[in-house]
Every structure is written in C-alpha cells, then in structure tokens.
Design a protein around this ligand. Structure first.
Ligand code: PRP
Ligand code: URA
Length: 209
C-alpha cells in the first residue's frame, strides 16, 4: 500500500512560497524548482538500500555504509516535469531518465498523450515520476498507468503543489504508489487550476506566457 507524504520542512515551504509569487522571474523559478526537488528527493530516497564495505580512512580501516546500487528511473511528465530532472540527477546521478509526454486539453481538462519512452528495464527499477502540479490528477493517473502498462512496479510520484481532488484521484486509481507533495492547496478553480497554486507551471518554467 502506498502512502501520501506532505512535507512540512520550513526550507521547502519557504521556497514553494517564492515560486508562487507572481513576480518571481523565470530563472529564479527554475533554480527554486531544482532546490525544492533536491530537498524532497532527500526524503523520498530515505529507504534506498545500503551495503557495508571495508574502507580505509587516514586514521584506520573501518566498515562503512554505501548505496547498494538499486537501479533508479526518473520519469518527468512533459513538459513541466523536466524542471525537476536536474535536481534529482544531482542526488542519483546514475539514474536512467524516461519521458512521458502529456498535455491537458484546455476544454475537457483530460490528458492527451503524445510521447512515452522509458528505460527498457523499467520493471526492475525504483521509479520517481516528476510533475510540479497535481490538479485534477488526470495527467498523473494516465502517466502512472503508461508506466505500469510497460512493466513499471515500484512507482513514486513527486509533485510541488497538489489539490485535494488530484491526491484523491491518484491514490484511488493507483493505491500502491507513494505520493510526495511539497504543499497541499485548497481547491481547483473553474479552469481546473490549483488555488492558490502558482499558475501554469510549464509557462513559469519556460517563460512561454
Ligand atoms: C500541467 C502539469 C500537469 C498537469 C496537471 O501540465 O504540469 O502535467 O497540468 O493537471 P491535471 O492534474 O489536471 O492533469 P500541462 O497540461 O499544462 O502541460 P505542460 O506541462 O506541457 O505545460
Ligand atoms: N497545471 C498547472 O500548470 N497549474 C495548475 O494549477 C493546474 C494544472
């Protein structure tokens, strides 16, 4: 059974608040996205397996813990999820990166798929799906389903801001996955945007509005 984690760390809360501000420039927004995902990733990788090896310090020989080398896949949902890839790769540089391309139809708010390319051995990897916004949950539910259809099993979803509707939809459709959220907001507006949210995450990352 998966769990839902909402972060209460002051550094995460502060940085998310900076990202929400309408006047935050694109460069700062990108830098903050990287910083927040690194802080979240620190916690989301907490149970990565370790192994003990013999090492020698300048003082003596000793046994020390190092990562056992579990294979990881990072899967951003295009396009806004790309803003999280560099930060996660700083933490787990040997991870492979897959991509799922989805956009939300502006009228129906339903996800439309346009791309999916995953590591060929996805079934044996710990998977971190990245997307800043979990609004209706339609995109996340569809992305996780694509990954499962291609064999993915150990799936973790990481987002910046989530609406209750999106959390419920994702947890109901995929009760086996872990969901990591930096901030849980109040509701969706009539355009299915998160309130108060931060606006359109893709536009804010890439300056396209
Ligand atoms: C945004 C966001 C999510 C989706 C969330 O993407 O990055 O993928 O909306 O909404 P949902 O939970 O209601 O599905 P968008 O469709 O704007 O595409 P973009 O990343 O290409 O801008
Ligand atoms: N997608 C976004 O980028 N922002 C929202 O608030 C909802 C969906």
């Amino acid at each position: 059974m998966g769990k839902v984690y909402v972060f209460d760390h002051p550094l995460i809360q502060h940085k998310v608040s900076m990202m929400r501000m309408i006047d935050t420039p694109v460069k700062d927004f990108r830098d903050l996205a990287k910083e927040v995902i690194m802080l979240m990733g620190f916690e989301a990788t907490r149970d990565l397996p370790l192994k003990t090896v013999e090492i020698e310090t300048p003082i003596c020989k000793t046994s020390a813990n190092v990562l056992a080398g579990e294979d990881i896949a990072i899967v951003p949902i295009l396009r806004a999820g790309l803003g999280f890839v560099d930060g996660m790769l700083e933490l787990v540089p040997n991870a492979k990166v897959g991509h799922v391309g989805l956009y939300r139809d502006p009228e129906t708010h339903q996800p439309v798929e346009y791309y999916c390319k995953l590591p060929s051995d996805i079934e044996r990897r710990r998977i971190f799906v990245l997307d800043p916004m979990l609004a209706t949950g339609g995109s996340a539910v569809a992305a996780v389903q694509f990954i499962k259809d291609r064999g993915g099993k150990d799936i973790n979803f990481m987002c910046l801001i989530a609406a209750p509707e999106g959390i419920n939809a994702l947890a109901e459709a995929h009760p086996d996955i872990n969901i990591y959220i930096a901030a849980k907001d109040e509701q969706l507006n009539e355009h299915a945007y998160i309130v108060p949210g931060l606006g359109d995450a893709g536009d804010r990352l890439y300056g396209t509005k």
